[in-house]
Every structure is written in C-alpha cells, then in structure tokens.
Design a protein around this ligand. Sequence first.
Ligand code: AMP
Ligand code: MG
Length: 520
Amino acid sequence: MKLNLKNTFSKELPADPIKENTRRQVPEACFSYVTPKKTAKPELLHVVPSMAQALGISEEETYKKDFLEVFSGNAILPNSSPYAMCYGGHQFGNWAGQLGDGRAINLGEIDQANKRWVVQLKGAGETPYSRNADGLAVLRSSIREYLCSEAMYYLGVPTTRALSLMLTGDKVLRDVLYNGNTAYEKGAVVTRLAPSFIRFGNFEIFSSRNDIATLKKLTDYTIKYFYSHLGEPSKEAYVAFFKEVADKSLEMVLHWQRVGFVHGVMNTDNMSILGLTIDYGPYGWLEGYDLGWTPNTTDRQNKRYRYGNQPQVVQWNLYQLANAIYPLIGEAEGLEEILHNFSTTYDAKEQEMLASKIGVFTSQSGDVKLLHSLQELLQATETDMTIFYRELAAFKLDAPLEGLDIVKEAFYTLEELTEELKEKWNLWFTVYAERLEKEALSADERIEKMQKINPKYVLRNYMAQLAIDASDKGNYSVLNELFTMLLKPYEEQPEYTKWYAKRPEWARNKVGCSMLSCSS
Ligand code: AMP
Ligand code: MG
C-alpha cells in the first residue's frame, strides 16, 4: 500500500519539543509527536469503499494485513510522523483550558486527485492531551461515529468522513451513564478523514495564552491551505477568513435543522474551522419534533445544546473564535458586523429552508405565519419529523381535508389528536392548499423537489443501537444493512421500509436510544 503522504501541518507549524508521551500542558506548539498504541488483535469490521478509493487504496488492498496494521495504529508508514493536535475550548459555555487530541492521532495528509485528506485514528491511545482518560474508544461509540458521519455526507450535510472501522481486540472500561456502573466493552478504532481537523479551539488556546506568534502561524497556515483565495496574510484577509468560517458554520447548522440532527456537544473544541460536522458523540435525530430536545443526558439540566438552540450556539461559538483571532486584527468592527449579521442571515435562510420542506419555493407575506403555526402543531403532540415531511409530499391541493390522513403515520399516538387539534390541523391544511396554489410547480415537480430535501431514512438512535447490540455479539448484518441503506437516504428503497418507521416503544427510555452521555 503506497500512500502519497504529506505532512504540511507538522512540517510548517511549531512542534512540541518534548517527545515523551506524558500528560501535560504543551505551550507554544500546535501539536505533539506521538505513537499510536499497539493493539492486541485488530479486526476489520467495515470499510468505506469510496473513501479508500479517494485515498488511492484499491479494494484488494483493503483486505490485506497492511491495511489492518496501518489503520489500527499497529504499523507506522515510513513517511508518517503521527501527531496529536493541541487545542482548547469552551465546554458548555465555560473556558476549559487545554484539551487537545486526547485519543485522536493524525497519521499525515494524503494528497490524492487534487484533494487533501488528513488521516486520523480515533481511539488509538494516549497522548499528552489525554488528561485523566485512557485515549481509547469503544465499539459502541465508534459504530455511532462511523455510520453517522457517512449518513450525514449522503444527506448532503458538510461532515468529516470515515475510512474504516476496526476492533482492537482490547477491552476498555467505561461508565456509560456516569453512575458508577463500570463495565468492559470492546475497544475499537475509527479512521476518520477530513481536509483538516482544525477546530475553533485550536485558535482559542493560543489566544488564551497570549501567544500571538503561534496564533498567527496557525491562522496563516489555515488560510494558505484552506482559504487560499483570500490571499496573503493581512487584517483584511483575517476578517474575510472569519466571514467565510461564519458562512460555512451557518450552512452546516442550517442543514442540521433541515434533517433534524442534534449534535449534543457543540463545544468550541467540536467546531471545525472548515464548517464540517465533527465529533459524533451523544448526538441524536429528532423523532418527536421538539425544539427543546437534546439526546445528551449530561446536558439534561440546561439543555444548552437542544435542537432549537443550535443556530444560536453556532453564533456564540463564532464569538469565541472572533475573540481568539482579534489580536491579529486589533479592530472589532469588522468581526462584530459579521457576528451581528449572522442572526438576520440565518433567520432568512431558515425561513427559506422550512418553506422548501413543505414544497414552497417562492416567498409571500403569509409564509412566516404558515410556518410558525406548523411548528406549533408539530409540537402539540408527539409527531415524527422525518415521517411527517416525507409523507406531506403526497398532499393533494384539491383535498385539504385529507391532509391529516396523509400524514397520520407521523403521529406517535393518534388518540392524542383531540377534536380541537384535528380542527387546527384541518385549518392549517386548508391555508396550506391555498398557499401551494400560488406556486408555479406541478404536483409531480413539487414531490420530486420535496423528496430531495426531506430524507426518508435517517440514523435514528435505536437503529444505531441495534447495529451496536448485534455487532457486540459478532453479528455485523445490521451494521452492513444500515450502511448500505444510508447511502441513498432520499430514495424510496422499498426493501428497507422497515427502517422507515417511528421509534419503537422499547426504545423510548433506553440507554443508547434516548439517553446518551459523553462516555465513549
Ligand atoms: P469530546 O467531548 O468527546 O469532544 O471530548 C473532549 C475532550 O476530551 C477532547 O480533548 C478529547 O480528546 C478528550 N477525550 C474524550 N474521550 C477521551 C478518552 N477516552 N481518552 C482521552 N481523551 C479523551
Ligand atoms: Mg471533541
């Protein structure tokens, strides 16, 4: 296996001079060299064929021992100098100081077909940034990251990617609910890919230490490789860079809202400088439509990262990034304007996105009200978001009173639909039919467009959990099936309709389905 490995990050940015792998504060360096931990008995569970191809790895090579050894961290390629990045972050609204890649190890960058992919092993052992944890990952969380990052890509959501999922053969101790019930789980490594894994927190750490020289080096590096059209470093280029990061982050969260994805831990160390969804931990998919929902039990009290709050959190995180790069600019005005415009731009785009989900592609004065009352109705009883929007495509303009029947599969308990609610729905459908009359599209055109916006299949938590339970027993059929199905989330795929269903009752209050923590 020959990979075209480059190491621009580690060659062009300051390295930690200490090579010892001890947990510590690492000043004035963007990364530390580390060696992945040897694993007992690596076993390949799954590969993403398109990503292997993107790296110049043939299908045949993915079955070979070399692949197994390199992407489990057991063997180091001759031109690779693995490293862990230094970053900080705001966690749940508070500055947390140095965090860094505590269990992610970068092998280098593969330059292939004019694309750059940083190859990162997640769960490959301790680094100077492991703090009080073990640097490892378990099968449960690795399956969740592996499946979801690929599902997001095919949903059209900007995201990091995955290459492979492996068991390490080692056992890892975890306390899933942080309640003292520890148990051994199977260790695993996911190989992740992204053009870069630089996060907001990579900038924040230097700014917090008043290390402006390293901050400038990192910012210039980021612009040189990922925002090169902005030109040479200058105050104007830094402001323009911030504007692009803000735009990309806005697009990312807009997609999350469209498909009903709740990240769960939107700390600034989990915000990619490229606007990619990164770090799949206690995420979840809206089942019952609820702006106040978060899958993360660690955030149950404040629900800071609830579905309806995600756009505001992105803006809050952008404030932290703005503060971090401010020393390079020395003027707040440009940054403030971008931050200020974020909400107005987001609101306008959200309006457009929500309208498109109901097949409305032009703008009229009553639309805000129409969409607002829909949000209220969707939350009045437990209504499945994915099923509701998907079924709505079958709505007939000339029979608005059949609307409720058309979407009935989306309601968790039909009995909860009181006469009063039914009347409200009927009224809504009547206004909706009048509104659709004013669209120029034919029914077929509308259906086609709506079905490219409203997915049929998403990775509901209970589905990931079924794949985890089976895989834990050595049966990978569910994992394989979900992976294949999620490649085409907008297509009907009648062979998979059993996955086009509301969350089953057994999953309502089950750990891993409705209750997730950061333990991974
Ligand atoms: P997260 O909440 O998963 O984004 O992680 C926050 C920080 O904790 C990051 O610096 C991670 O690298 C680190 N971390 C999470 N789990 C582990 C682990 N098992 N071992 C070492 N570091 C970890
Ligand atoms: Mg993280």
